[in-house]
Design a protein around this ligand. Structure first.
Ligand SMILES: NC(=O)c1ccc[n+]([C@@H]2O[C@H](COP(=O)([O-])OP(=O)(O)OC[C@H]3O[C@@H](n4cnc5c(N)ncnc54)[C@H](O)[C@@H]3O)[C@@H](O)[C@H]2O)c1
Ligand SMILES: [Zn+2]
Length: 357
C-alpha cells in the first residue's frame, strides 16, 4: 500500500489508510522504531480497539503498556496531561519510548502534546479512530490542551512519526460524531477543492451509509489536501490558516457552551455558515453557493445556525481571545467561492452584528 506522505524534509512521515489495517498480517509498524511502546487511549476506545493494537505490537517484539484517560473534551486539560506524565514517570519510561495515540482528536491532541514535552520529546504515532481525527487532527502536528480561558491555548507543533488509519473503526462511531467529522470534510471542499465538494454532493447518501469505497475516498482526499497544505505552511503563517474556516465562530460557541456540549464539528458547521454569510454580504459567494453549503451540512444533520440563546457580545468576547487575533484585529477565513477561501482582518463590528444578530 502506498501511503500519503507529509513532506517535511527529515521530519516527513507517512499516512497509511486501509480498512482493517491492524488485521493485515503483511503490515508492520515500521515507523514504531523503539521497543518500548505506550498506547494512550480512553475509556471508550480502549475496550474496542486496544487489544488488537497491543497484540500486533507485541507480536513485533515490543514491550507494550496502556494508559487510559477519561473520555471527553472536558478532560483535554493540564490535569490529564499531568496524570499521563505521572504514569510515564512511574514506570519509568525512557526517551526510547514511542507513544501511540489511539482514539479521537482529544487523545491525539493530548498524546501529541505529552510526547512533545516528555523528557523534551519522544516519538509518537497517531491511530485516529473518529472521522474528524482521520481527516484532520491526526495530520499536521498541532497538539494542545484547553485552558478554562480558551481552547487549545497550551500546546506545541510536534509532528508524529506516522499516522495509521483503519477506516473500519468508523463503524462503531456514534452517528453524531460521524456527522461532526463531515463538517471538516466539507470544509476541505469549500476552502480548497470544488471538484471534491461536487463529489461530496453527488455521493452524500453513500457517504452517510458509510460505503467502504466512499469512506476510503473521503479520508484519502482529505489527508492529501491536509498534507499539501501542511507541506506549504507547517506553522500556519499563511495558507494553513484557511483550515480554520468556521473555527473562529465555532470556538466561541464551544467556549461559551462549555467544552463538550456542542461537538467541535457541530460548532465548526455553524461557524462555516456564518463565514459564508459574511462572505455573501461582502460580495463573495453567491446565495446559491450559500444554500448549497447549508444543504450539504444539513444532509449530515449538522447545525446551520448557532445556539439560539447566544448573544453577539458573547461571540465577540470569545473571538477576541482567539489565537487568530493579530495586532488587535480579529482574523476571519471566508470563502470567496466554493473551492477557494481567503483571510480577512478588516471585519467591522457592524458586519458581525449583521451576521450573528
Ligand atoms: N490538532 C488538530 O489539528 C486538530 C484539528 C481539528 C480538531 N482538533 C481537536 O480534536 C478534538 C475533537 O476530536 P474528535 O471529534 O475526534 O473528538 P473525541 O476525541 O472526543 O472523540 C469523539 C467521541 O468518540 C469516541 N470514539 C472515538 N473513536 C471511536 C470509535 N471508533 N468508536 C466509538 N467511539 C469512538 C470518543 O471516545 C469520544 O467519546 C477537539 O479537541 C479539537 O480541538 C484538533
Ligand atoms: Zn476543526
Amino acid at each position: 500500500m502506498n501511503p500519503i506522505v507529509v513532506d517535511l524534509g527529515n521530519r516527513s512521515y507517512p499516512i497509511y489508510i486501509e480498512a482493517g489495517i491492524f488485521h493485515n498480517t503483511g503490515f508492520s509498524f515500521t515507523e514504531v522504531k523503539h521497543d518500548n511502546v505506550v498506547v494512550l487511549t480512553n475509556t471508550t476506545v480502549g475496550p474496542l480497539y486496544q487489544e488488537t493494537i497491543v497484540r500486533k505490537l507485541s507480536a513485533l517484539g515490543k514491550s507494550v503498556s496502556v494508559i487510559t484517560i477519561d473520555d471527553g473534551e472536558q478532560y483535554k486539560h493540564l490535569q490529564t496531561f499531568e496524570y499521563i506524565m505521572g504514569k510515564l514517570l512511574e514506570k519509568p519510561m525512557g526517551r526510547d519510548t514511542v507513544l501511540v495515540a489511539l482514539g479521537g482528536g482529544v487523545v491525539g491532541d493530548i498524546g501529541g502534546f505529552v510526547s512533545a514535552c516528555y523528557q523534551r520529546g519522544i516519538d509518537f504515532v497517531q491511530v485516529p479512530t473518529t472521522l474528524l481525527s482521520q481527516v484532520d487532527s491526526s495530520v499536521g502536528g498541532k497538539t494542545a490542551v484547553n485552558h478554562a480561558l480558551g481552547k487549545n491555548m497550551i500546546g506545541a507543533f510536534y509532528q508524529p512519526k506516522a499516522v495509521f488509519i483503519d477506516t473500519d473503526t468508523l463503524n462503531s462511531l456514534p452517528d453524531n460524531e460521524f456527522s461532526a467529522g463531515m463538517a471538516e470534510v466539507i470544509k476541505y471542499g469549500i476552502i480548497y477543492d470544488l471538484a471534491f465538494f461536487e463529489w461530496l454532493k453527488e455521493n452524500k447518501a453513500s457517504i452517510r451509509a458509510k460505503s467502504p469505497p466512499h469512506i476510503a475516498h473521503v479520508v484519502t482526499r482529505c489527508c492529501q489536501i491536509k498534507a499539501e497544505i501542511v507541506k506549504e505552511d507547517e506553522k500556519e503563517k499563511g495558507i494553513r490558516a484557511l483550515l480554520n474556516l468556521g473555527h473562529t465562530f465555532g470556538h466561541a460557541i464551544e467556549a461559551e457552551q462549555g467544552y463538550g456540549k456542542w461537538l467541535h464539528g457541530e460548532a465548526v458547521s455553524a461557524g462555516m455558515v456564518f463565514a459564508s454569510v459574511l462572505s455573501n454580504m461582502r460580495g463573495g459567494i453567491s446565495l446559491t453557493e450559500l444554500e448549497e453549503i447549508k444543504d450539504l451540512l444539513s444532509f449530515f444533520n449538522l447545525p446551520v445556525s448557532g445556539p439560539k440563546e447566544m448573544t453577539v457580545g458573547q461571540y465577540v468576547k470569545h473571538m477576541k481571545r482567539d489565537k487568530k487575533v493579530e495586532h488587535g484585529h480579529m482574523r476571519f477565513i471566508i470563502p470567496t467561492t466554493i473551492g477557494h477561501a481567503e483571510i480577512v482582518n478588516d471585519v467591522k463590528d457592524t458586519e458581525l452584528q449583521a451576521v450573528l444578530g
